[in-house]
Design a binder for this molecule. Structure first.
Ligand code: NAG
Ligand code: NAG
Ligand code: NAG
Ligand code: NAG
Ligand code: NAG
Length: 391
């Protein structure tokens, strides 16, 4: 069950991606698909037997009960090992870029998304993190999280695709890039790894950056955490309104295990992720093409995942839209309230980071999917202004 099957679409899509990201004349980016073979072991959670993994209604009832705090989703732990293929898009600065830096940004998407979100889909470079970062001399690697994007959807979404295994896999991935071992398909060694994370959900989403920084405080050289704060409005998280991905998108995900989920309500998804100033074509595209989240990502994400990485002392920047309903203010509330939550995030989560190495930015008129709003370039500019002090 753990063996990674070759994804039937892999070859076809691999051929398509370079054209989507083709470097144009005068472009500052050159992008190509990459994949890494990673061997990892993790102590994953054993989920409560109180739901039927083959019954969609039972899965959804279980998740809703969990979000209301009515069931304890985890009953034990078990070691899971395997060999996993992690796909991604690697972009480097072209010759045109004067200032090159020996620093790689690893861009990590949130649940129901995949690596393509960092390129801004087909909506232009104004939403393209790679293009901005490459122009500033950084290399970028947007990875597909386990079970998402081009990675195998043949893995067990209950027992295997869980946050702890993901932490172990990304740890191995970073090590292979830092020490240039066999699994490093970039064939280039980077001593500075900047982890850029797009979050959704705290207790019931997926938390990778915090356990990674806690368990391996020296692995990354900086963190940029977007769409996140230490304060989660759980009543918002209950609005996920999930269904099995195979029910919602039968032609894209035929026969997929029912534990692979997606958001069922287009209007609710748009309301949760977008606010204020954005192109209305984006949430429509985003809903029709959304990726998945697994029940294991939701259920096995409590307990140790929220523990602050107290020993982490590298630069940290948090960027969250003022109107991000889950992590900042509710629409209509003053921007200052959001900024206070982002200030509090340092004391709550990063006690080891000196004050001068912690910064935040709360773009106005912006919801959760901040790189897909009109403020995206201001977000890119602030993030790179911060990084410029260190790399
Ligand atoms: C699926 O689960 C629901 C809720 O627990 C239950 O009412 C229904 O009978 C189950 N269906 C099957 C086919 O077992
Ligand atoms: C998982 O493996 C580690 C290392 O071998 C061991 O210490 C731990 O007890 C194992 N956990 C479980 C739940 O079997
Ligand atoms: C990745 O996400 C994009 C945008 O949501 C979607 O169009 C594409 O089909 C996804 N890729 C895969 C392999 O599912
Ligand atoms: C991290 O690096 C620092 C300084 O090089 C060292 O003192 C510390 O022990 C390291 N921490 C871990 C967990 O390896
Ligand atoms: C949490 O979100 C709900 C709407 O879902 C809102 O009514 C409530 O005021 C929010 N709580 C806080 C503390 O902002």
């Amino acid at each position: 069950m753990l063996a990674e099957n070759t994804h039937p679409w892999l070859l076809a899509l691999t051929a398509v991606i370079p054209t989507v990201y083709a470097s144009r004349r005068g472009s500052t980016s050159e992008c190509s698909p990459v994949s890494f073979d990673i061997v990892a072991t993790a102590e994953n959670a054993i989920l409560s037997p109180s739901y039927d993994p083959s019954n969609e209604t039972s899965i959804i009832n279980f998740i809703n009960a969990m979000a209301r705090g009515e069931v304890n989703p985890v009953v034990g732990s078990q070691n899971i090992s395997g060999s996993f293929v992690i796909n991604g898009i690697y972009c480097k600065p072209t010759k045109k870029v004067k200032k090159k830096r020996n620093a790689l940004q690893i861009l990590v998407h949130g649940i129901t998304y995949n690596s393509s979100m960092w390129g801004g889909y087909h909506f232009g470079d104004r939403y393209n993190w790679h293009a901005y970062a490459n122009g500033e001399g950084y290399h970028t690697l947007a990875i597909d999280r386990l079970g998402h994007g081009l990675n195998s959807k043949a893995l067990d979404p209950h027992n295997v695709i869980q946050p702890m295994l993901q932490v172990e896999i990304y740890k191995e991935l970073i090590q292979s890039i830092r020490f240039n071992t066999a699994a490093n398909s970039l064939r280039k060694r980077f001593s500075n790894i900047i982890w850029v994370d797009k979050k959704v959900g705290h207790s019931y989403g997926s938390q990778i950056a915090l356990p990674l920084a806690r368990l391996c405080p020296n692995l990354t050289s900086a963190l940029i955490l977007t769409g996140w704060s230490s304060t989660t409005n759980l009543s918002e998280v209950q609005k996920f309104n999930l269904a099995s991905a195979s029910t919602l998108y039968p032609s894209r995900f035929p026969g997929l295990d029912k534990g692979y989920l997606a958001m069922a309500d287009e209007a609710l998804r748009a309301k949760m992720f977008y606010y204020g100033a954005y192109d209305p074509a984006i949430p429509a595209f985003d809903f029709a093409n959304q990726d998945i989240v697994t029940i294991g990502e939701f259920a096995a994400n409590a307990g140790p995942f929220g523990i602050p990485p107290a020993a982490y002392n590298k630069p940290v920047m948090v960027i969250t839209g003022v109107e991000d309903g889950v992590f900042c203010a509710q629409p209509g509330v003053a921007a200052r309230e959001c900024e206070e939550l982002l200030e509090k995030t340092r004391t709550d989560m990063f006690p080891g980071v000196p004050g001068r190495k912690y910064e935040y930015f709360a773009p106005r008129n912006t919801g959760h999917d901040l790189t897909l709003h009109y403020s995206a370039r201001e977000t890119f500019r602030r993030a790179h202004g911060f990084l410029d002090k260190y790399f």
